[in-house]
Design a protein around this ligand. Structure first.
Ligand code: FBP
Length: 250
């Protein structure tokens, strides 16, 4: 039986991770304001908001990670500037992530992209290296590219979850399908790999977002890995409190 390497990121079997790699993925002008452009502000939200982990690229981790919550280092990344079929390549080694204090590593796979085989191969190697060091490999599985019609359909999201399982991911980070019934099919398809909902752009209201999170928990998901819906909120700690209530029931 496979050991659950995600244990160190769980509270009563559930989890809430704070993602902050958008500075590379989207650029500062698209997502940040005067406050959340500062990684120290995010580190503080992660610690005071009761998050089970914080996700940084290595450059941010090197300067701002202070050990208050478990660290996940994102090992690949891309900017929003190149057009065409998406590909994200490795920019940090498992070894360096561990040296920075990482208790887990993350890697994005654009399922369906014409560059999918390169990302499969890279993730395969990362998964083996991470497991040798006793830490989980978390796959952000985002169906994307010309071949993908609808990246939040029941079928496509379940395919993303299953691809993560097949590739050996300890946890998959996937988009929400919009309702718990269809999301539960993705959770089944993940067959034991832990399922995290990816946050997405800030929802119009807190309640809109909380309803999605409720659906994830109802469907048997582990929780969420969220960025913008927390640190773009006027009051990130209040939002974190509302999320804790839904995810951990307290
Ligand atoms: P958000 O909650 O802000 O959507 O963050 C989740 C995340 O997976 C980040 O880790 C990543 O930077 C971003 O979404 C990628 O977004 P996309 O590729 O959909 O633009």
């Amino acid at each position: 039986m496979k050991r659950d390497l995600m244990e160190k990121f769980l509270t009563g079997g559930k989890s809430m991770l704070l993602a902050y790699d958008q500075g590379l993925e989207h650029g500062p002008s698209s997502d940040f304001n005067e406050k959340n452009v500062d990684p120290a502000y995010i580190m503080d939200i992660a610690a005071k908001g009761g998050f089970n982990g914080v996700v940084f690229q290595k450059g941010v981790a090197e300067r701002f990670y202070d050990g208050r919550v478990p660290l996940i280092v994102k090992l690949n990344g891309k900017s929003s500037l190149p057009k065409g079929e998406p590909v994200s390549r490795q920019v940090c080694s498992v070894e360096h992530a561990v040296a920075l204090g990482a208790k887990g590593v993350g890697y994005t796979i654009y399922l369906g992209s014409e560059h999918e085989p390169r990302m499969f191969r890279e993730f395969g190697k990362i998964q083996e290296e991470a497991h040798e060091k006793g830490i989980p490999a978390i796959a952000w599985v985002y169906p994307r590219g010309a071949a993908v019609q609808n990246d939040t359909s029941k079928e496509t999201v379940a395919y993303a979850a299953r691809a993560g399982l097949e590739l050996g991911a300890d946890a998959v980070k996937i988009k929400y399908t919009g309702d718990p019934a269809s999301f539960s099919w993705a959770v089944k398809a993940a067959a034991g790999a832990r399922v995290f909902m990816s946050g997405g752009p800030k929802a119009p209201t807190d309640d809109d977002f909380l309803r999605q999170v409720e659906g994830v928990i109802q469907a048997g998901g582990t929780g969420l890995a969220v960025g913008r819906n927390v640190w773009q909120n006027q009051d990130p700690l209040a939002m974190a409190g509302k999320l804790r209530k839904v995810i951990f029931g307290r």
